[in-house]
Design a protein around this ligand. Structure first.
Ligand code: MTE
Ligand code: MO
Length: 516
């Protein structure tokens, strides 16, 4: 009688561990797919196993299993894990920390496997964290009623059956949830992979490779590269999942206060004449000295030409832009119709836009912060009046208009550096898109401003690299930078937070000069 009950309980606890374990695997897999970090922790572990499998074993496996070798390996790992999960569930009967240690060790193994991959980033570890949190939450969720049920033998029957039912419901929900999340992850991942493949294979006529003019480089090591590679370009996205849109499913509607509504397909768009331009894009949320800024070579169609074809009506002053994921922004009509290169961009740095940067089509408008102009996955342009709508960020208290403010940043030396006394090279970048940078000055310890040299720029729409040499004596020093635009406006030293229309203030760093 007693023994029967023991068998029964240990089976129940194993089941709790199993459901919990599968749930963590499922959420980590789904997180990996949603974040598109290439590999789920599980397949990363499989890769490591493959890497360290002795050649003869691998050959036998390939010989016997053919192309099924990898699925067999993954299934094998899952079965092994299932045993560990069941064991962890049984450990949970005695203490909460023993299964926690088991899950932590498994997570560490997954993290180790991911760390062993090439070029991993912090985001690659997110699925591990998601899985571990799922394990811990589900474990307490599922074992809690069990503990009540088995922990108090004096409990009366109705209470027991209530706890038992709670356990079954929760374990079932966790296991069922795991299956649903796993299937969803597969779904999410597949769409993204397919679109990525389309993107890779896409050949766009009229898109040229970026040719960085030599004169834009100031020639100081450590300055941000003038061209920002797409993989280093900052990313801002208010939505949860990244839209994955096949070009043949994309179209853009231009409507509102126009004489002729226009609907453009992707083929319509790419059969037009492209305009290509260097444009530096930055985020209004960038703090003084921050890195939410990048410079790229964009290829696309001028919005001004499309609006002219549509025929903008009297009285309009804005274009409300909407993305595929229903993000909106309001752009001054003037910035889209004057002589600047406001583009419906299809390529960045000579390649179709990366999915995260708006594939297949986004807008780029020189001189305006991204939140009022740079709609990724854009699908709708409505010519209208600012008075008639609110947009995503303006609803949240950000300014309606978002012209880029003059700004500058010290990249070299880095803050806290310890240079030798004597002449020290100081360098960085400055920007005032569509006004252009006219000058940059540096001051040491709050002293007088001394002018820096500027590298060249191909237009007023990009950032500029600058450099100068300052003489530093031993001790601590404060280095400050400020810029002036081509109209003579000086960057203000008054400090303001990013909300509502962009941070201001001078970027400054501290260095400690050694005694030599
Ligand atoms: N669809 C969509 N477009 C968007 C955003 C967004 O959240 N959703 N963010 C905007 C903001 S605030 C900025 S700064 C730029 C950033 O573009 P990037 O991620 O390509 O650097 O995109 C803009 N376009
Ligand atoms: Mo932004």
């Amino acid at each position: 009688m007693r023994d029967n009950r023991r068998v029964d309980t240990s089976r129940t606890w194993s089941l709790a561990g199993l459901a919990t374990g599968l749930a963590g695997l499922a959420t980590s897999y789904a997180a990996a797919m949603a974040l598109n970090v290439g590999e789920s922790p599980l397949t990363a572990v499989a890769e490591v196993v493959i890497r360290y499998t002795p050649g003869f074993v691998a050959e036998t496996a390939i010989d016997r299993l053919g192309r099924a070798d990898k699925p067999v390996l993954v299934v094998g790992i899952v079965l092994l894990l299932a045993l560990v999960f069941a064991w962890a569930g049984r450990l949970a009967r005695r203490s909460w920390w023993a299964p926690t240690v088991v899950f932590a060790v498994l997570s560490a193994a997954g993290a180790g496997a991911i760390a062993a991959q090439r070029n991993q980033q912090l985001v690659d570890f997110v699925p591990i964290a998601v899985g571990l949190v799922t394990w811990l939450v589900c474990l307490s969720l599922v074992t809690d009623p069990l503990r009540r049920f088995h922990g108090h033998p004096e409990r009366v029957a109705p209470r027991e059956s209530h706890d038992r039912r709670t356990f079954l419901v929760r374990a079932g929900a966790v296991a069922g949830g795991a299956v649903v999340v796993g299937v969803l992850g597969r779904f999410v991942g597949r769409g993204r992979r397919q679109v990525e493949q389309t993107r890779q294979l896409l050949k766009l006529k009229g898109v040229s490779a970026p040719q960085v003019p030599a004169a834009v480089r100031v020639g100081v090591e450590g300055v941000s590269p003038w061209l920002t590679p797409a993989e280093d370009f900052y990313l801002i996205h208010a939505g949860i999942t990244v839209p994955t849109i096949e070009p043949h499913d994309w179209s853009l509607r231009i409507h509102g206060m126009v004489d002729r509504e226009i609907t453009l397909t992707y083929d319509d768009l790419v059969s037009r004449k492209f305009t290509e331009a260097w444009v530096t894009l930055n985020c209004v949320s960038n703090e003084v000295g921050g890195d939410l800024i990048g410079n790229a070579w964009w290829s696309g169609v001028r919005i001004a030409d499309l609006l002219a074809e549509a025929g903008v009506q009297e009285g309009a002053d804005a274009v409300k832009q909407t993305s595929h994921d229903d993000w909106t922004c309001g752009t001054p009509l003037e910035a889209l119709t004057d002589d600047r290169n406001a583009l419906l961009a299809v390529a960045m740095n000579g390649r179709p836009l990366p999915i995260d940067h708006g594939f297949p089509v986004r807008t780029v408008v020189p001189g305006l912060y991204g939140y009022v102009s740079a709609t990724k996955w854009v699908v709708d342009l409505e010519v209208t009046r600012f008075d008639d709508f609110d947009a995503f960020w303006t609803e949240k208290g950000w300014s309606e208009l978002g012209p880029v403010k003059i700004a500058s940043r010290i990249d070299v030396p880095s803050s806290g550096a310890e240079p030798e006394p004597g002449p020290v090279r100081v360098a960085g970048v400055a920007w005032a898109q569509h006004s252009g940078i006219g000058g940059v000055e540096v001051a040491v310890d709050g002293g007088s401003w001394q002018p820096a040299e500027l590298a060249a720029t191909p237009s007023i729409d990009t950032w500029v690299q600058w450099a100068t040499t300052v003489d530093l004596t031993p001790g601590d020093h404060l280095l400050r930078v400020r810029a002036t635009d081509r109209d003579g406006n000086i960057q203000t030293g008054v400090e303001a937070a990013p909300v509502p229309d962009g941070a201001t203030g001078w970027h400054q760093i501290e260095v400690s000069v050694s005694d030599g």
